[in-house]
Design a protein around this ligand. Structure first.
Ligand code: PBG
Length: 324
């Protein structure tokens, strides 16, 4: 054949493939979500094989191992004992609570590790919702935002580097920025869950924390999976309100949303490979049907290629061990 243009020339050896590769993935792109609980036990999580609910000492150890592999940041998800859950979620801003104690322990042991906290009421709220719930089942917006501000200030006082509101209430980024600045925390960043969808992929996570809503669903605050223009609207608002990083969640089934946000903002984009995405890979591999290491890598490189600067993934430590 007379073919002057042969794309295969650029794929013909590992060395040339290295030269033409468009997307890089390193441990430095990853954020490691970690679960924690009171006490001294480290408990394997049945709904998320390979994940553990850590005691504070266990958390410090695990975060240190990931950090030594090059992972720059962790994000914390607490399991709060039932007796501390209330309708007002007051335990979310107690300075001696599980999260502030964990932040202080992490910062003392690993000063160069970036500590990110989740800002939302669901682990603390006896209703299991991200916001305050009225007797007739409505999720209150503005009243919730006031509590989220107290929660973020509590995390900032303990030394959090980044607070990450996952609640999807309107106006919370502006309110958090104002509250942090008024208290002197200008250096604390906000990573906003900008386009967080009402997703069944969160199922295993809610099992890990016992945080499923007691009644109803999250569709009045999390986004409809059918919508993408609405994600741009949320992104414009979060940017105007002062967010430092915008997040898309879940990641794999929403690559088009990551790409759209990438094209519409100069802010860094984060994407969250959530518990259901992780579990499907683990389950497929446990069945012997897929190659776990290769699928793990391909799922993450796809999220980066779509436009995510950073990825929250339960594979952060495992991938960082295997990538070279
Ligand atoms: C709740 C929260 C959820 C996740 C992170 N923060 C669950 C939810 O919104 O119900 C899900 C993470 C995952 O599935 O891995 N504020």
């Amino acid at each position: 054949m007379h073919l002057p243009i042969r794309p295969r020339r650029n794929r013909q050896s590992p060395a040339i493939r290295d030269l033409v590769r468009e997307t890089e993935l390193t441990p430095g792109h990853l954020i490691y979500p970690l679960f924690l609980q009171e006490g001294t036990e480290n408990t394997p999580i049945a709904s998320m094989p390979g994940c553990t609910r850590w005691s504070i000492p266990g958390l410090v150890q695990e975060a240190g191992e990931a950090h030594a592999l090059g992972v720059p940041a962790v994000v914390l998800f607490p399991r709060i004992p039932d007796e501390l859950k209330t309708r007002g979620a007051e335990a979310c801003h107690a300075d001696d609570g599980l999260v502030p104690r964990a932040i202080r322990a992490l910062k003392a042991a690993h000063p160069t590790l970036t500590v990110i906290t989740d800002v939302a009421l669901d682990p603390y709220n006896s209703d299991g919702h991200d916001g305050l719930v009225t007797d007739d089942g409505r999720i209150l917006n503005d009243e919730t935002v006031a509590v989220l501000c107290q929660q973020a200030l509590c995390h900032a006082r303990a030394g959090a580097d980044i607070v990450s509101p996952s609640d999807m209430m309107d106006g919370r980024v502006a309110a958090l920025r104002a509250a942090l600045d008024a208290a002197g925390f200008q250096a604390v960043s906000i990573m906003s869950y900008t386009a967080k969808y009402a997703s069944a992929y969160y199922g295993p996570f809610r099992g890990a924390l016992d945080s499923a809503p007691k009644a109803g669903d999250k569709k009045t605050y999390q986004m409809d999976p059918a919508n993408s223009r609405e994600a741009l609207r949320e992104a414009a608002l979060d940017e105007a309100e002062g967010a430092d990083i915008l997040m898309v969640k879940p990641a794999g089934p929403y690559l088009d949303i990551i790409a759209k946000l990438r094209a519409s903002t100069t802010l860094p984009i984060a994407a969250y490979q959530v518990s259901g995405e992780y579990l499907m890979i683990k389950a497929g591999a446990a069945g012997g049907w897929i190659d776990e290491t290769k699928i793990m890598h391909e799922s993450l490189i796809g999220i980066r290629r779509a436009g995510a600067d950073m990825i929250l993934t339960y594979f952060a430590k495992q991938w960082s061990k295997s990538w070279r």
